[in-house]
Design a protein around this ligand. Structure first.
Ligand SMILES: [Zn+2]
Length: 224
């Protein structure tokens, strides 16, 4: 089974413009269809001869083995990862709230960062705020910026001197260095997509002066 990312997209702005976005993103996949924003080329879709939902079942049966690509063409799997930033179209999408307009949806393994960036570029009159659970904590499509707030213990902060417990010290060390490795990987894959990454330590948010500095820096980056 994949690890699901639980995402929330909040669309703000003039009611008519927001409605335009809602109408536009609707497709075969339901109220949010990635194909409407970054369409999968028909020949790639056809090459699979499976619907996305069938593909999910097939994938799970094969224990997530990647499908083969044909005739030098990327498989739908490779194409989705490259273009949508996630394996499959979203699932379980629903309109969670109408004020503000909020769509919640799940994606497999990773958040669909390129899809949200593309949607932001298509509708510059609305504001899109995407809260992506999993990684990153916050994503600002207009500024193309991912913000992480890292828990000091779990992410191995060296600033505040939080140490791993003495019992099972080795197990904890391995666990925390695994998290740090994952953080580095997330940074580099986001940067490859052209996304700025900002990481803030939990302990920095406990000191008012540091919070002021972080907010000041974010204001400059985010231009608000
Ligand atoms: Zn810390």
């Amino acid at each position: 089974m994949p690890n699901w990312c639980y995402n929330r997209l909040v669309i703000g702005g003039d009611g008519k413009e927001v409605k335009k976005v809602l109408n536009f993103v609707q497709g075969k996949n339901g109220i949010l269809d990635f194909n409407k924003i970054i369409p999968m080329p028909k020949e790639i879709e056809d090459s699979t001869k499976e619907s996305t939902i069938d593909a999910i079942t097939l994938q799970q049966k094969k224990q997530n083995k990647k499908p083969e690509s044909k005739k030098g063409m990327p498989s739908w799997y490779e194409w989705s990862v490259q273009n949508w930033g996630t394996k499959w179209n979203c699932s379980e999408a629903s309109l969670e709230s109408t004020n503000p307009v909020t769509i919640r949806f799940d994606t497999a393994w990773s958040p669909p960062v390129p899809v949200i960036v593309a949607l932001g570029a298509m509708f510059p009159k609305v504001s899109l705020h995407c809260h992506l659970s999993g990684t990153p904590d916050f994503f600002f499509p207009k500024q193309n910026l991912a913000l992480f707030v890292d828990g000091c213990f779990w992410h191995g902060c060296s600033r505040c001197g939080q140490r791993a417990p003495k019992t099972r010290a080795r197990w904890w060390q391995e666990k925390i260095s695994g998290n740090k490795r994952r953080d580095r990987k997330a940074n580099s894959s986001l940067k490859k997509m052209g996304i700025k990454v900002v990481r803030v330590w939990e302990c920095q948010l406990k000191k008012p002066k540091q919070v002021e500095r972080i907010v000041r820096n974010l204001k400059i980056i985010l231009d608000f």
